[in-house]
Design a protein around this ligand. Sequence first.
Ligand code: ACO
Length: 325
Amino acid sequence: MKNIGILSTGHYLPSRVLTNADLEKIVDTTDEWIITRTGIKERRIADKDERCSHLAINAAIEALERGKIDAKDIDLIIVTTITPDSNFPSVACLVQKAIGATNAAAFDISAACSGFLYGLTTAKQFLAGGIYKKVLVIAAEKITDLVDWNDRGTCVLFGDGAGACILGEAEEGHGILSEHLHAQGEFGHLMAVITEMKDPLEQDNDTTKSPVINMQGKELFKVAVNSMAEAIEISMKKAGVSLDQIDCVVPHQANDRIITAVAKKLNIPKDKIFINIHKYGNMSAASIAVALYEAEKQGSIKKGSLVALVTFGAGLVSAANIVRW
Ligand code: ACO
């Protein structure tokens, strides 16, 4: 089996910023409540005409440019999203056309906030088995489309964005050392977008109703902490490494208090954990992809660093990877 690693990363964030002060004008909340309960100060909001594919395409272009990789050399595009432009075509096909990846296969994955790590592990199988040489994985979310702007318990948490990476063969000793994917469908009700049932032949001309996020935050919090801690431990065991060897942990950015609780449970010094939730909120699958991009750019991850990626998301799905950069 070949060593498979991340060759290049990219990202894209909408320019519109929604601060906690802006939210104070929309719902009954305060900057102080949001910061102390979540760590979020502001988030990005896509414009009306910026769809998920727009975010994905821009992140992909940056990953190609930074890696000096020709789009025609990409064999497979995987987009991980729970907010595609529409049911079909897939966002991956929209990206394929836009970047001119004419030799690539393309499909989307739905694994909520764990999508990026589900995408990495899926890509690794195609590469390690020698089926493909280069795979583009993009996590892109316009999750604000699913937000109920009357629900102060959820609307303060989310933001839009995209992160991308290109995977291929890595040097000996480098690359993705282990992976762990898990699902606990029994916790699916803790965070769900509920759509109404209707008879397929029934005429319904009301296009104004759009489904929104329903969340049981307190219950989800507890499951999230346990799932993330367990995912890190399992992936470290598979990679044969211990916590003191890890240089940087890049977790899903859902709530700073969840990250702190995981750090406490596993005894991880907080300065080893990369956090950018204060700037972007929870961007679902895109959170960890953008955090990984920024961690490398800011020097928290360097060549040779041992990195733990860990996430949980609606489903409930959790995942972790240990990567030697
Ligand atoms: N502003 C002010 N008050 C608020 C707000 C708000 N934005 N939201 C809730 N409150 C109030 C509640 O009404 C409640 O008031 P009450 O005591 O009078 O009833 C009080 O604050 C406490 O509410 P809780 O829900 O108990 O607050 P908690 O400390 O649990 O924090 C939070 C809520 C931030 C949602 C937390 O539970 C959490 O982060 N849960 C996990 C959420 C998560 O990770 N979601 C995404 C995962 S899946 C994915 O990423 C796709």
